[in-house]
Design a protein around this ligand. Structure first.
Ligand code: 5GP
Ligand code: MN
Length: 326
């Protein structure tokens, strides 16, 4: 990953023009939001408010509880349907409009689509995706600059949150010198990296810590110990005293072993639906695997959701993962 360009991202002029307009704006990210999705939404919201625009921030699922410590996070509306008729809607970090989990967005006056996932379906009136960005907030940072809004502590904190979490703590692929420039500017503008790091990584419940034990206890190894398979059902949650919204990041646990090249986490928390997360190291392409189930993501981090029982999904998935690892 030494060949990545760290040049500034090219913010389309049409996007800047749309952001610089007036009139109400609704900003949302993807369902089951993570730090980059929320960081992108909240940083852009803060910047547009600074320009005097009326802004609503919306998500189909609540933010992780610890994120309520961040500025104005309590104003994030949790809803699965909006009346967006005529409004300008900004969609962050979502490769398809359906990834938002919110109905009604298609009636918006204009949809501004900002994303860094390969395979974005260009569903917007204006589409800007750049797979070269290590996090969506890298794009948002450049868009805010293009708007001429100076960064305050709120903007800097949310940009830093997205950057920190989507790069896995500055370790994933796609990190470039630009990522570190962004981190430096965030800190200079008032982001507190220690506090953001604690909120993002060290603010979980004890139930989640026990869930780590349950998951690792049930971990199975395949492909000569290079693939770890984790399954998570309501039973594990009950034994651990955890809840289904506390699973973010757990898939990374087996990865700390050098021998592990790929991890899959299968979970069913809603009736009949199985959610799968896939992670890999190096050139192993788990996005291609997720695509075979209608999902997507990045080469080293992807996922999908199917309306089939966990065991059936696992039986179909394992041979494909073994192929990817071969
Ligand atoms: P996670 O495992 O954290 O839910 O998702 C990992 C990555 O896969 C994220 O980049 C996410 O955007 C992507 N992803 C997860 N589920 C889906 C899906 O159903 N469709 C698409 N297109 N991408 C997904
Ligand atoms: Mn995300």
């Amino acid at each position: 990953m030494t060949t990545l360009s760290d040049a500034p991202l090219a913010v389309p002029a049409s996007l800047v023009e749309a952001l610089a307009g007036d009139g109400p704006v609704l900003i949302c990210g993807h369902a089951r939001p993570d730090g980059d999705s929320l960081g992108s939404v909240m940083a852009m919201a803060a910047a547009l408010r600074r320009r005097g625009r009326r802004v609503r921030t919306v998500c189909s699922d609540p933010a992780p509880a610890a994120f309520l410590a961040f500025p104005r996070m309590d104003t994030l509306e949790v809803t699965r349907e909006v009346d967006a008729a005529g409004a300008t809607v900004i969609v962050m970090e979502s490769s398809a409009l359906s990834r938002t989990g919110i109905a009604g967005l298609e009636r918006a006056g204009a949809v501004l689509n900002i994303d860094h996932h390969l395979g974005n379906t260009a569903y917007g009136t204006i589409n800007w995706f750049d797979e070269g960005a290590a996090a969506c907030v890298e794009m948002v940072a450049d868009a805010i600059d293009a708007l001429g809004v100076p960064w305050d502590e709120e903007i800097a904190t949310y940009l830093y949150l997205g950057l920190l979490t989507d790069t896995g703590g500055f370790r994933h692929s796609h990190i470039s010198a630009r990522s570190f420039d962004l981190a430096r500017r965030c800190v200079l503008a008032g982001a507190d990296p220690v506090r953001v790091g604690q909120i993002a990584y060290d603010s979980f419940s004890l139930g989640r810590v026990r869930l780590m034990g349950e998951l690792l206890h049930g971990m199975r190894l395949e492909a000569d110990g290079r693939l770890a398979v984790l399954t998570l059902t309501p039973d594990e949650h009950e034994r651990a005293g955890s809840t289904p919204d506390e699973t973010e990041g757990l898939i990374n646990m087996p990865f700390t072993a050098q021998a592990i090249r790929a991890v899959c986490l299968l979970r069913n928390d809603e009736d009949g639906v199985t959610r799968v997360s896939l992670r890999s190291k190096g050139t192993i392409d788990v996005r291609a695997v997720a695509q075979q189930f209608g999902g997507g993501g990045h080469r080293n981090a992807s996922g999908f959701t199917v309306p089939d029982p966990l065991e059936a999904v696992e039986a179909r998935l394992l041979p494909l993962l073994l192929d990817a690892l071969a």
